[in-house]
Ligand binder design. Structure first.
Ligand code: ATP
Ligand code: MG
Length: 156
């Protein structure tokens, strides 16, 4: 099993770049769960993932629209659970329709629901270091995600 990977991001562009590398390696069905406080850089990372998947336009925060879709090489569903307070509201979204639809799912505030996620996923915890620095801790669950990390290490 590949252990977790800790990357120091020295600015938003670094975080986007790490996201782009993940997006390039992503395949249909992959699930990326992003966790971190307000302003940690979850949306910034999601932008990179969308660009790595070949989506060329601006990617904004989906906070007001719980789910946004981006169509690059394969679809990406950008889900932001921040505004949803109740588990029932989250369940109403029908997350399974996104998770098992042959796209890539990127979820902000994933920690709001623990039960709904597939056992196999990549958890990315973003930790604030300073105004412009963040630790990105990538924790794979399952072989598929260990493989992504091995590939990511190779590209470093
Ligand atoms: N190394 C870094 N990586 C990512 N963002 C950074 C970094 N350094 C500074 N920033 C800034 O931090 C902010 C991150 O905002 P972003 O919207 O991505 O956070 P978020 O985790 O999605 O927040 P929210 O919980 O509100 O959705 C941006 O203003 C960005 O410019
Ligand atoms: Mg955000």
């Amino acid at each position: 099993m590949t252990k977790s990977l800790h990357l120091l991001s020295r600015g938003p562009e670094d975080t986007q770049h790490i996201g782009m590398q993940l997006g390039k390696l992503a395949r249909a069905g992959d699930v990326f769960l992003l966790s971190g406080k307000l302003g940690a850089g979850k949306t910034c990372l999601a932008q990179g993932i969308a660009w790595g998947l070949g989506f060329e336009e601006y990617v904004s925060s989906p906070s007001f629209v719980v789910v946004r879709e981006y169509h690059g090489r394969i679809p990406m569903y950008h889900i932001d659970l921040y505004r949803l307070a109740q588990l029932s509201e989250i369940l109403e979204l029908g997350l399974d329709d996104y998770l098992y639809d042959g796209g890539v799912c990127v979820v902000e505030w994933a920690e709001k629901v623990t039960m709904a996620w597939p056992n196999e996923h990549m958890l990315i915890r973003i930790e604030y270091v300073s105004d412009i620095e963040r630790w990105l801790c990538l924790e794979p669950s399952g072989e598929r995600y260990s493989l992504i990390l091995s590939d990511l290490r190779r590209e470093k």
